[in-house]
Design a protein around this ligand. Structure first.
Ligand SMILES: Cc1cc2nc3c(=O)[nH]c(=O)nc-3n(C[C@H](O)[C@H](O)[C@H](O)COP(=O)(O)O)c2cc1C
Length: 200
């Protein structure tokens, strides 16, 4: 079981952030409603522009409603369906893209992403595995769940208990064990002028 895969960070950072990762080996053990409430509560307290809270979540708990879960699961791309087969919970993350005046909320997706990160960090804090996915059929999801036009589906997060990585097919098993990587700081963080790498 690969439960821990801490980021090899350049300097020490908080365990919650270094320790969160995107596992693919789930067990089929249900996630308690209490744990679900906790991760949703964490998302609810994310910051947002003008405190508009433009995130919307659609929860699919296999234990509570298997038929609805299957309808959401069916929108995942085949690759994601493969390793999510035992996952007990899917949470779709959406952005409500308009403000109260009907104007485009320029930070809706940014804010929904912040809420999604809060959710997965809280899942990690609870010892749960959580994995965000953009690999799903957005059009099919929109149609299947009759979303209004102003609501934009962004990702689906699977949540569950850690399973046995040895049961994954070989390529995924290797990925599950591989070290996590990131671009170097200077490649993505600049100082004073564009492309001028930030240095400590
Ligand atoms: C918006 C978003 C979409 C993602 N979509 C997928 C996906 O469809 N399938 C998948 O296996 N992983 C997906 N991932 C997981 C990323 O591949 C993963 O976060 C990245 O490789 C870094 O690994 P880490 O989260 O373990 O640090 C997605 C992550 C994010 C944030």
């Amino acid at each position: 079981m690969t439960k821990q895969k801490p980021a090899p960070t350049a300097v020490p950072i908080h365990e919650l952030i270094a320790g969160r990762w995107s596992p693919r080996a789930y067990s089929s053990e249900p996630v308690s409603r209490e744990a679900l409430h906790t991760v949703i509560e964490a998302a609810r307290w994310a910051p947002s522009g003008y405190n508009l809270q433009p995130w919307r979540f659609l929860v699919f708990d296999r234990t509570a409603d298997e038929a609805a879960f299957k309808r959401a699961f069916a929108t995942l791309v085949p690759f994601n369906q493969q390793w999510n087969a035992p996952a007990p919970v899917l949470i779709a993350v959406m952005a409500h893209t308009l403000n109260a005046k009907g104007e485009v909320n320029r930070t809706a997706q940014y804010d929904a992403g912040a809420a999604a990160l809060s959710l997965v960090l809280q899942a990690h804090a609870l010892g749960l595995a959580a994995h965000q996915m953009s690999g799903f059929d957005v059009h099919a999801f929109r149609t299947e769940f009759a979303l209004p036009n102003e609501v934009e589906p962004l990702s689906i997060i699977s949540i569950g208990h850690y399973g046995d990585a040895e049961k994954l097919e070989p390529v995924l098993r290797e990925r599950e064990k591989a070290q996590r990587t990131r671009s170097a700081v200077g490649e993505v963080v600049y100082e004073n002028t564009w492309k001028h790498p930030f240095k400590v």
